[in-house]
Design a protein. Structure first.
Length: 143
């Protein structure tokens, strides 16, 4: 059973955490690995190097859109293939992401969280269509 009085706030919490994770994933490539380092890594594992720029942009723009609730559920769905690529890259390294080369549990969890967000929506305080009217309904129900 879903408590419809508080479900929009649960979706909000998921949206904020997920958006922050997507942003941090992109920022890691910019500030820690650097863009040239990320390009080199992509080439090393057999991807086209400039694809790294597309991935970083998608993670940063997508993370910001999810945080703001701007068509976040669609953005989450669109980002799943990117994280599926990361999952396949880290699969041979084992389960724990702190393992040498990074494991696959973190990308798997981000895929799952992104899928859940795509299914349940942006929740309270989202900026995109339909979500503001949902926010108004929740405010009326709690009043």
């Amino acid at each position: 059973m879903i408590d419809t009085r508080f479900a929009p706030y649960g979706a909000l919490a998921l949206r904020l955490g997920l958006g922050a994770m997507w942003l941090s994933h992109g920022l890691l490539k910019v500030f820690v690995f650097t863009l040239p380092g990320t390009v080199a890594f992509f080439e090393k594992i057999g991807f086209w190097g400039p694809l790294a720029y597309v991935v970083v942009a998608a993670e940063l723009i997508g993370g910001a859109a999810i945080l703001a609730g701007v068509y976040g559920r669609y953005v989450s769905a669109a980002l799943i293939p990117i994280m599926a690529g990361a999952l396949m890259t880290h699969l041979p390294n084992g389960w724990v992401f702190s393992a040498a080369g990074g494991g696959w549990e973190y990308p798997a969890f981000l895929i799952l969280a992104s899928a859940v967000h795509a299914l349940i929506g942006d929740g309270a305080y989202a900026l995109s269509r339909g979500e503001l009217s949902g926010f108004a309904r929740v405010q009326r129900a709690l009043s």
